[in-house]
Design a protein around this ligand. Sequence first.
Ligand SMILES: Nc1ncnc2c1ncn2[C@@H]1O[C@H](COP(=O)(O)OP(=O)(O)O)[C@@H](O)[C@H]1O
Ligand SMILES: [Mg+2]
Length: 385
Amino acid sequence: MKQINPFQLKVISSPELFCDRETELDILLDHVRNGAHTLLISPRRYGKTSLIEIAFRQLRSEGVVCLLADLYRVDSADTLVQTIAAALIKGLHWKPDKTLTERLRGLFRSMVPQITIGEKSISVAFQYSKTSDELPPLDDVMDAIGRFAQESGKRVCVAFDEFQEITELPRSKHIEGIMREYIQRQEGVSYIFAGSRRRILTKMFREKKRPFFKLAFTVPLPEIPEEDFTQYVIDRFAKTGKTCERLAAQKIYKLSRGYPYYIQKLAFLSWGRTVVRCSRPTVEKAHRALLEMESGEFEAIWQGLSLVQKQVLRALAFEPTASPYAMSYVTRHRFGSTSGLRKALMVLEDKDFVERYPRTDEYRLTDPYLAYWMREAPERRISLE
Ligand SMILES: Nc1ncnc2c1ncn2[C@@H]1O[C@H](COP(=O)(O)OP(=O)(O)O)[C@@H](O)[C@H]1O
Ligand SMILES: [Mg+2]
């Protein structure tokens, strides 16, 4: 029988595929059980959504009603309201019986759910009129969460994934203000705010004048430790009757720099190239293939940058540094002005292309494969003549 590749490139929701993260999981569960709110931050594809899924599994078994609203595609206050309402309705798992319409109507004050029953699924759309200040009824949907918790006596956990997206919306401060008002007042509801644009999110929760100031405990997700992830790779190979040499597994970890998504992808490609035994040359070939696969995305990132941003990104790909403003660094990389450098660095950090790595305090490229890609393409160096 043909074996199925044991590595996973999608969000992980089953505990046996989930490596490590015991500490973060415990903290998260503890916050939810105690009604506290959590800010969960990491670079993209480090495992935030997977961790939420794993936590939800546990919480549901304890009777907590869990709602996941992915705000990644939210592009207006209207889509925000609809996304939260949809998460609420989905998370309630109400039976589609005769009383459903009635129950849904009871959930909201001003929004009128309209239910369409299809052959296999039920869909819900909402009708509402805008409030006097032209905002859709965000207060109604936020209030519905709190009232549900109160009336049912159940604990509720709401995860807002890619939460930073609300800062891009028109009148975002006003939206933040409304959300905070309800979050702060509700009892029995615990919120998880997850996101990858760390600078934006941290500012949101740390700046005094922002509505979310001090609203949540921060839980950063770092890399998964080398020992645990190498063993995981070895075990997953063994499960399918193949062998991965320890040195090869360590190479996977090193090349991916502990980045969960890339470890899985590099292991996935290495497994595909292995008949019986995976050794370092197999990983090396898989690494080349991975770099090739990602290059389209990197090209698009590169095209979207300004000239100074390109210069800064290139400099950091070749030489990560804790002191980008040091005279020697500025001269070596031929930056025109430090103010231009400062601005570019800020934008790159906001987009999470660049991070300040806490262990060494160095600025570096968040994505190790973007750094490889840049280092290997000398034509992408910019000549300043
Ligand atoms: N704890 C983990 N164990 C194994 N693989 C993981 C783990 N966390 C994340 N991954 C890998 O990283 C990928 C990205 O995870 P995801 O939860 O989508 O990250 P994020 O929400 O931070 O973008 C997953 O598809 C999986 O391959
Ligand atoms: Mg995610």
